[in-house]
Design a protein around this ligand. Structure first.
Ligand code: FPP
Length: 224
């Protein structure tokens, strides 16, 4: 969800207004994913690398995330019966935000609907390191020195039981994934738009799905 800052600056507004507009765009995107029957939707909201921004910007972003989760997302999750996953380094997040996340998780425990995934405090490199550390610990305990398989590595990622993304769409003009699910996106179809995230609208997704449906995916095999 890139481009919040530039969206605000272009309008002569403080960056925070861009993040707020970005959070409103996220609410629209949740509705669009529902209308288009998208089963799994991930929002990359805050990365471990975003943590390097100055304290005020980090505080503003996390404050806006907390506000929108508590006042909007939590209700929608209950009303529509969404399954919810928060992925990332939870220890990096402020306690108030963690309380809100725990509450949403608790209310969604028995839900059986579509899945919303929020990557907050997420970094693909940290996710891989955490997976490797879990495997080492298990191996060590069992005095096990058998080779680690790719399946085992993937089974220790935060995204366990979530299918790899079919599509990744990045807003804001840059053609990079910025530490987003490095393993899981190996065969994702990548889309990039110059639009800034706060300008998100349904037509963006409809256009991406149209193009996606025309792509032959072979996952390394031979196209029929
Ligand atoms: C990147 O734009 C955006 C962020 C780092 C924050 C994104 C957060 C939201 C949209 C709120 C999400 C809300 C919930 C409830 C999860 P940027 O600041 O890097 O933009 P720039 O490249 O134009 O400076």
């Amino acid at each position: 969800m890139d481009g919040n800052g530039r969206w605000a600056t272009a309008k002569g507004l403080p960056r925070t207004d861009g993040h707020e507009a970005g959070a409103r765009a996220l609410l629209r995107a949740i509705d669009v994913a529902d209308q288009l029957d998208i089963e799994y939707t991930t929002f990359y909201a805050f990365s471990t690398d975003n943590q390097k921004r100055d304290n005020q910007e980090v505080g503003n972003i996390l404050g806006i995330i907390a506000y929108f989760l508590q006042n909007y997302v939590s209700k929608t999750v209950v009303e529509r019966g969404y399954r919810v996953r928060f992925i990332g380094e939870m220890r990096l997040l402020p306690e108030q935000l963690l309380d809100i996340i725990n509450n949403i998780n608790k209310n969604a425990l028995n839900n059986k609907g579509k899945t919303l995934i929020f990557a907050i405090g997420y970094g693909g490199d940290a996710e891989l390191a955490a997976a490797v550390n879990k495997i080492i610990k298990n191996r060590h305990r069992r005095l096990d020195d058998t080779p680690v398989t790719a399946e085992e590595l993937k089974s220790q990622l935060y995204t366990i039981n979530i299918p790899d993304p079919d599509v990744v769409l990045r807003y804001g003009g840059y053609k990079r994934l910025s530490n987003f699910m490095p393993l899981q996106t190996a065969y994702s179809e990548l889309f990039f738009t110059h639009k800034l995230w706060p300008d998100f609208d349904k037509e963006d997704i409809i256009a991406v799905i149209k193009e996606y449906e025309g792509i032959k995916r072979n996952f390394g095999g031979i196209n029929a």
